[in-house]
Design a protein around this ligand. Structure first.
Ligand code: PXP
Length: 253
């Protein structure tokens, strides 16, 4: 979020507030307000707020993005698909960071990483104006060397590694698969760092799965949403975030 050098080893927590909007939209009213959740997350020690404006506006809306840009003191990481409409919105707001994610209408959440290698030219042209506008461009990708090399070639400054397969394998009790996914994430985080890319990670992280990822020395930011918003039902948002922060710091220490 704040501009940092590759030598800096602090680990930031970006709190994704999409699912506060999911609950609000289930009733179609004003509550719970994702901006209020973002402000609370900020007070609880989040280093940034992540929000995904989907093409179908199923959770975060354009009005939420306007309000977040106005209200936040920490950086906004604006997640979006590589579409002309989203590019226009990002260029209007110029958020601190733009994370490009793949998006399919029928999916429940972002299922895989972006296919960068196949669409290299198109993506290079797509991100150039965002970079020119001063946004840090991040690409959400699988732990795959080909994709990381392509992200580097198109001029991205940051990659966010998709931790979903690792977290799913843990939840399913398939520990051999989980450990293989973790090994790939570790290797690719080190590879991306060696190219000069800043490394972030996220998707599906929980109290049980966060520490092995937080322990990778190259990872500079974790973006976590669904689990934290769910956990907030039981213990409140501030303690839920504080516990995640504690686990991250422990793993780092
Ligand atoms: N990072 C990216 C790029 C995402 O798309 C998401 C999900 O919106 C997250 C992180 C957070 O994932 P989760 O909500 O499962 O913690």
């Amino acid at each position: 979020m704040a501009q940092t050098s590759l030598q800096d080893t602090t680990l930031r927590l970006g709190v994704n507030i999409d699912h506060v909007a999911t609950v609000r939209n289930a009733r179609g009213g004003q509550t719970p307000d994702p901006v209020r959740a973002a402000k609370l997350a900020e007070e609880a020690g989040a280093d940034g707020i992540t929000a995904h404006l989907r093409e179908d506006r199923r959770h975060i809306t354009d009005t939420d993005i306007d309000a977040l840009m106005e209200a936040l003191n920490v950086p906004l990481n604006f997640e979006m698909a590589a579409t002309e409409e989203m590019q226009k919105i990002a260029l209007r707001h110029k958020p601190h960071a733009v994370c490009i994610v793949p998006e399919k209408r029928e999916e429940r959440t972002t299922e895989g990483g972006l296919e960068v290698a196949r669409d290299e030219n198109k993506l290079a042209h797509f991100i150039a104006p965002l970079r020119d506008a001063g946004c840090r461009v991040s690409i959400f990708i699988a732990a795959d060397q080909r994709q990381i090399e392509a992200a580097h070639r198109i001029g991205a400054e940051v990659i966010e590694l998709h931790t979903g397969a690792y977290c799913d394998a843990h939840a399913e009790g398939d520990f051999a698969k989980r450990d293989a996914e973790l090994a790939a994430l570790r290797e690719m985080s080190s590879f991306a760092h060696s190219l000069g890319l800043e490394v972030h990670a996220g998707h599906g992280l929980t109290y049980e799965t966060v520490q092995p990822i937080a322990a990778f020395p190259e990872v500079r930011e974790l973006n976590i949403g669904h689990f934290l918003i769910g956990e907030a039902i039981f213990r409140g948002l501030t303690p839920a975030i504080a516990e995640m922060r504690r686990l991250m710091d422990d793993a780092r220490g």
